[in-house]
Structure formats: structure tokens, C-alpha cells
Design a protein around this ligand. Structure first.
Ligand code: DAH
Length: 340
């Protein structure tokens, strides 16, 4: 019996030591110590051992079992450590590898300028009014002192949708909606798309404007000039100033064309300002009393100023873009350069 146990023990140890993985080890364990294992069979055969020999044989079996379990535990530990090492090796990350930089997008230049303008005017206390792109002839023209057959209608080549409806040619239409809805004091800007049948290097059939309207007691052209000076400094730099030139718009009286002193040459004259030292940036004026009265504003008490800024024009000047089409072609080589 002792020999038999000795053999079991030697074979078990050899098999345990040669087991290459944890799966194999668990097979070996059940072949020896499992329910149908070799050593378990010996224990089951104890009933055939004469009673006086049983304590001794029992002790041998126990010693064999302990020895095998000890080696099994050691080998399990070794194989577990090996498995872990293999896993670590496979999952190793080289933290010194350069990372993949995700491509960064930016807002479209028109949106950037629009947001800059909104920030400037919002900081001066202007509220935003979002008008609609489809307007009636009344809001786009008639209420702005431009009735049917008024020669000023020729200034803007209009896309009519029907006799009554059109694609707005100017955000000025928003002035009327605001004044109809709200009593003065009024201080709004209204950014949005406008449409005209116009197409060349500096004109596009769809472009963006930002209208401004202030109506209150005692508003004059001086208030407009002061606000514009502040505006151009914020958008083009501290060194610039404005100049007002007489102009004509049906909805303002007097009307002005606003020039900014050339931010590129400082006013000496260069290619950008065509040698004049000044660059035209927007139209403005004192709101025509006919427009105010048409919206039910008491012109004995209130007066106002209005202005209309071309957003593409500001973007083109600010970023040195010479063709408006570059702003609508979605060419990333252009768009990536403008990230203010
Ligand atoms: N609506 C004019 C245009 O599109 C721009 C403009 C000029 C707006 C003078 C104004 C203004 O509010 O006072 O050409």
C-alpha cells in the first residue's frame, strides 16, 4: 500500500510540474483528488484494509494528500503569475507614443463676426430681435417709407415670392415689427440673412446684415456717432475713428454713410482704402418721422437712429478676404485660417 501511494505521489508531482497552464492543472487535480480521483479511490478502499492497519494507512494517505496539495498550490500560484504576466505583456501601452490629435473645427467666419457684433452691442444694452426671412412687401418696403413705385425700390433687386410676399432684402424690416410690438424706449439689433438678385465679387444673392434701432426721448445723430465710434474701435482696434457722409435711405432723414479710418494704413492711404484713408462700413441715419409715425410712435416726444451693417463686408475687411464667394464655398483652407 505504501508503495502504491508513493507511486501516486510521484506521478502526481510529475504531472503537476509539467502542467503548462491552469486548465491542465485543474484536470490533474480532479484526476487525483476529485470524486473519481486516484487517491479518493484509495480512501474508498479503506474498508478492505484490516482494522488494525487503518490508522497507519490513513496517515499515509493523508500525508500523500497534503504533499500533493502543497505542490498543487505552489504550481497554481506560479501559473497564475505567468498568466498575469502574459496578459500585462499583451495589454502594454506605450505612453511615450505621440497621440492622435483630433481635428478641431471652428465656427464659420460669418458666425464668428456675427457673434462678435452681438457681443459688442449686447454689452451696450441692445436686445436681439430675430426677424423672418420671408416678409411682406409692406414690412420690407412700404412701412419703411418706400411705397410702390418709389425710386428707392430700384436700389435693391428683390426676389418676389408673390405680389405680397418676398425674401427680405434688408433686416430693416425688423424695425417695423419691433415698433409695432413695443413702446419706446427701444434698443434692438436684428441679425439675419437677406436676399437680393445680385452676384459679383463683392455681392452674393444671400448675405447677412445686422440692423440696429434705438428710439427714445432726445435721440440725435450725435448719439449715433458716439455709439459708432465705440463700435468700430471694438471691431477694428482702438486707433480707428468714424466719419459720416451724407447719403440717402428712405427710412432715415438725415441719412449717412459711415466710413471708418483705414485700420491698415492709419489713414495715409493704401490699397485697402483705395488711397482715401477711409473705408465705407455701413449705412445709418436718424429714423424718418414718417416711419415712426406709421408705427404709432409720437414723433413730438420720441426720435431715434438706425443703422444697417453688412456682416460679410465686415468679415472681408477684418480678415482681408477679397471675394465674397470665399465665404460661401466651404473651402477648409480658407475657413481654417479664421479662428478668432
Ligand atoms: N437697409 C439698408 C440696406 O440694406 C442699410 C441701412 C441703411 C439700414 C441705413 C439702416 C439705415 O437702418 O439707417 O442697404
Amino acid at each position: 500500500m505504501k508503495e502504491k501511494l508513493q507511486k501516486i505521489r510521484e506521478r502526481a508531482i510529475a504531472e503537476i510540474e509539467s502542467a503548462g497552464g491552469l486548465d491542465r492543472l485543474s484536470e490533474v487535480r480532479s484526476a487525483i483528488l476529485g470524486k473519481k480521483g486516484e487517491l479518493t479511490a484509495v480512501l474508498k478502499g479503506m474498508k478492505d484494509v484490516p482494522p488494525e492497519d487503518r490508522p497507519k494507512v490513513g496517515q499515509w494517505v493523508n500525508e500523500t494528500r497534503e504533499a500533493i496539495e502543497g505542490i498543487l498550490a505552489e504550481q497554481t500560484k506560479r501559473l497564475e503569475a505567468q498568466a498575469l504576466r502574459i496578459r500585462y505583456e499583451a495589454e502594454k501601452i506605450d505612453v511615450t507614443m505621440p497621440s492622435v490629435t483630433p481635428a478641431k473645427g471652428n465656427l464659420h467666419p460669418i458666425t464668428q463676426v456675427r457673434n462678435q457684433l452681438i457681443d459688442i452691442f449686447a454689452s451696450m444694452g441692445f436686445e436681439i430681435f430675430e426677424g423672418s426671412e420671408i416678409e411682406t412687401d409692406y414690412y420690407n418696403f412700404t412701412a419703411l417709407n418706400t411705397p410702390q413705385d418709389h425710386p428707392a425700390r430700384d436700389m435693391q433687386d428683390t426676389f418676389y415670392l408673390s405680389k405680397e410676399f418676398l425674401l427680405r432684402t434688408q433686416t430693416s424690416a425688423g424695425q417695423i415689427h419691433v415698433m409695432e410690438a413695443k413702446k419706446p424706449p427701444i434698443k434692438i439689433i436684428s441679425p439675419g440673412k437677406v436676399f437680393r438678385s445680385d452676384d459679383d465679387a463683392t455681392h452674393s444673392p444671400m448675405f447677412s446684415q445686422m440692423e440696429g434701432l434705438v428710439v427714445d426721448k432726445g435721440i440725435t445723430l450725435c448719439d449715433l456717432k458716439g455709439m459708432l465710434d465705440e463700435f468700430v474701435k471694438r471691431i477694428f482696434g482702438e486707433q480707428v475713428t468714424t466719419r459720416l457722409r451724407p447719403s440717402y435711405f428712405p427710412f432715415t432723414e438725415p441719412s449717412v454713410e459711415v466710413d471708418v479710418s483705414c485700420f491698415q494704413c492709419g489713414g495715409k492711404g493704401c490699397k485697402l482704402c483705395k488711397g482715401t484713408g477711409w473705408i465705407e462700413v455701413l449705412g445709418a441715419g436718424v429714423v424718418n418721422n414718417r416711419v415712426l409715425a406709421g408705427c404709432g410712435v409720437d414723433t413730438d416726444v420720441y426720435s431715434g437712429f438706425a443703422f444697417g451693417i453688412g456682416i460679410e463686408r465686415i468679415a472681408m475687411l477684418k480678415y482681408g478676404i477679397n471675394n465674397i464667394k470665399l465665404l460661401f464655398e466651404s473651402d477648409l483652407r480658407v475657413l481654417n485660417q479664421i479662428d478668432d
